[in-house]
Every structure is written in structure tokens, then in C-alpha cells.
Write a protein that binds this ligand. Sequence first.
Ligand SMILES: C[S@@+](CC[C@H](N)C(=O)[O-])C[C@H]1O[C@@H](n2cnc3c(N)ncnc32)[C@H](O)[C@@H]1O
Length: 293
Amino acid sequence: MHKPVLLNEVIEYLNPQPHENFIDCTIGEAGHSLKILEKTKPDGKILGIDVDAESLKRINSAERLILIRGNFKNLKQIAEDNNFNRVNGVLFDLGLSSWQLDESGKGFSYKKDEPLTMIFNSGQVVTAEEIINTWPEEELINIFKKYGEERFARKIVQKIIQHRRLNPIKTTLQLFEIIKKSIFFSRSGHSRADRVAARIFQALRIVVNDEMENLKHGLEQAFQILNKKGRVVVISFHSLEDRVVKWFFKDLEKQGKIKILTKKPITAGKAEIIANSRSRSAKLRAAMYIGEI
Ligand SMILES: C[S@@+](CC[C@H](N)C(=O)[O-])C[C@H]1O[C@@H](n2cnc3c(N)ncnc32)[C@H](O)[C@@H]1O
């Protein structure tokens, strides 16, 4: 069953009230949005955006929930096109839903043998397979270091280059095997190999979907469509994203435009981590709009 991450905390920081309107930039399976809709009865609306058309098809239609396929890097335009010119809050729950990871067949997980695609939507042009098989050595090392924070990046890339000279690398399990062969993992090092693979897969996904740029554009536009005292809540799942959010908020606070509501990022409690392992790395930051942007 789908469990939205940090659900109570999202509600606490977005603080939805009757009649208010919100935008969920990453509607996914609508877990957060359905809860927000309960709080905004009788006529508060949500504009739910997702870049993945398949994800949108999985959501049961609900009254007061408008679904749009789109990328939150175009948030302002999408909001205007749908008459959501001013809203009380904007939510970003970044990354992948558990459905996309486990069942989408797009190669996001190293635990299943799937083609190395990693694209959220068909508009994207470069697949993970193309990157792995055609990008120069130094560029691969660079993205694994930068977006995966992987210290064995060079060794892994050398192994990838050796392999791709003979045969193209086409599937997730092929790539996972190469990662395992490139570094020495002791017998008890299974989970370490998993962690390295998770970082490499993360880096590829970030590049394929241009995730860091999307986030910067999305954050900038979110504050431009808020009512006074409206809130932005962001849940991120890795330190690169969290850093972008942290510094973006700090900068706007210095300019007197927003008030940061979370001095430190909010993380999941023990019970939630046990019930939903995906919440382990979640960090929530929230801010309130107080001045001219
Ligand atoms: C973690 S899930 C959201 C889960 C959702 N909060 C829920 O409770 O079901 C993230 C979703 O964001 C979508 N997504 C990722 N990047 C996006 C972008 N740039 N624009 C719009 N949606 C995006 C993904 O397709 C995925 O469905």
C-alpha cells in the first residue's frame, strides 16, 4: 500500500484550512493531496501536477482535484493556465514514488532486470543507457561524483568503459554486476554494494531527468504564486536536493521575503521509518511568504 512520507508534518507545515487552494507539484499517488483535500472542504481545490503520465492514470478521480501532466519547472505557466494564479501553499515531494521504483519497468531500481531507461516521461531525450554507453570517461566520473557523491566513481567508470568496448550495457542488472565487480566488497559487503549501486542509479536518474535544474526553477516560481502567508513545503531524499532547498530559503529570508518555518530539516520518526523505509532519508523544509518577490 502507498504510504505518503511525513504526512502529518506536511499537513502541519502547509496548514490547509477550509476554502484554501493548493498546488501539489509532484502528485504521485495523491497521498498527501487527498489529506489536504479533507482539510480544505467544502470548496478548496488542488492542482496536482506530475511529469509521469502513467502515474496520473493511477489516481482515482476526486472532487476538487485537478490533474495536469507537466513538469514543475514550468510551474507558473501551468498554474496560470489552470486559473491557480494565487494559492495558499505549494508542495514538492521529490524523487520517485514507490510504484515507479518497483513496477514502472523504467529501470530505476538495480534490484530488477529492466532496460536502462530511467525517464519519467517520453519528452526526455537521453536515456540512462545512452549515457552509460556513449558519454566520455571523465564526464561519467563527474556525474557519479557530483550527483551520486560516490568516492569510487573512477573505478566504477573504468569497469564500465572496459565492458562497453565489448558489449553495450543495456539493463539494470548488467550495470549492477559491473558496479559489484569494480570494487572489492567483502562477503558481508552486500549492503555496501547496494548502497554504491543506489548512488550510481541516483546520479543517472538526476541527469536523465535534469532534476537539479527543475528543482531550482520550481522553487523560484512557487513563491511567485503564493498569497501572503502562503507556504512552500519541500521533501527531499538526498543531500544535494536538500542543500539546494536550504540555501534557496536562506537567501530569500535574508532578503526579507520569506520566513523559514523549519530551522532544521524535519525527519521521520522511528515508527514511520519502520513502517516505511523510504522515509529514512526524507528531509522536510518549509517556508512562509511574507514580502514582495
Ligand atoms: C515521491 S513521488 C510523490 C508522491 C506523492 N506525494 C504521494 O503522496 O503519492 C514524486 C512524484 O513526482 C513526479 N515528478 C518528479 N519530477 C517531477 C517534475 N519535475 N515535475 C513534475 N512531477 C515530477 C514523479 O513522477 C513522482 O510521481
